[in-house]
Design a protein. Structure first.
Length: 238
């Protein structure tokens, strides 16, 4: 699996004529795995990991820096909190989710700025479990040039993380998008990752579901409602 992904990343770089990779490092298992794979693909001199706190938890910042140090990769930290606060001040009031989604969209602005500056590809960190049910911000963390772990379920990402030497603390850390204090992926999705992975695998392989129908129906509905996120903008052909 690891060798296949590394070969794939190398091919994407060659085909695009890009010189390296820029990515966001959040301190979670997904971005840690992608960072480790990217380093093995291009080396530390052609990899830039951006740490972009935006009213984020201090522990996430510490974890991101710790991972970067362990991997020996170049990082640049830019605190987007003031920029975010200024946007909230000038924009009309909205529900908390609309405001929270500004954070990943601001981060993607910065990632593409550096991608343009350095002629790098933006490497996304989304996994299959999240992509399938649309658990990402459209044109935010869902925007990227390549998604190396986009075909791996969360459990497969965690397995690969162990192979890559990612610390157990990061692997077992409750996944969070850091949208607001105390927010966790599983809490927001309303289902655990092991349950989500099991349902998705059974749907894909047309096997009988074993989890409660209510949870299976929830996943089916999430897949249906988020289809627009997995497609480009629709074109009105004349």
């Amino acid at each position: 699996m690891k060798k296949k992904i590394i070969f794939w990343i190398r091919k994407q770089l060659k085909d695009s004529g890009a010189k390296g990779i820029v990515m966001g490092l959040s301190g979670g298992v997904d971005s840690s795995v992608v960072a480790a794979l990217a380093k093995q693909t291009v080396g530390k001199k052609r990899l830039l990991a951006l740490i972009l706190p935006c009213r984020s938890q201090k522990q996430d910042l510490k974890d991101a820096k710790s991972i970067a140090k362990k991997l020996g990769i170049e990082t640049k930290t830019l605190d987007l909190s003031d920029l975010y606060d200024n946007l909230i001040r000038i924009l009309p009031g909205a529900a908390s989710l609309a405001k929270a989604n500004l954070k990943p969209r601001l981060r993607m602005l910065i990632l593409y700025y550096f991608a343009n500056k350095l002629n790098y590809l933006v490497c996304g960190t989304g996994n299959k479990s999240e992509i399938k049910v649309g658990y990402f911000t459209k044109f935010g963390d869902g925007a990227a040039d390549i998604l190396p772990i986009g075909d791996l379920l969360k459990k497969e990402v965690r397995k690969l993380a162990k192979e890559l030497g990612i610390t157990e603390q990061v692997i077992t850390k409750p996944p969070t998008a850091g949208l607001w204090p105390g927010q966790t992926d599983e809490g927001e999705i309303g289902i655990t990752y092991p349950e989500l992975d099991d349902i998705l695998e059974r749907l894909e392989n047309r096997r009988r579901q074993v989890l409660p129908k209510k949870k299976v129906d929830k996943v089916r509905e999430m897949i249906k409602r988020s289809e627009h996120k997995r497609q480009g903008p629709k074109i009105c052909y004349i």
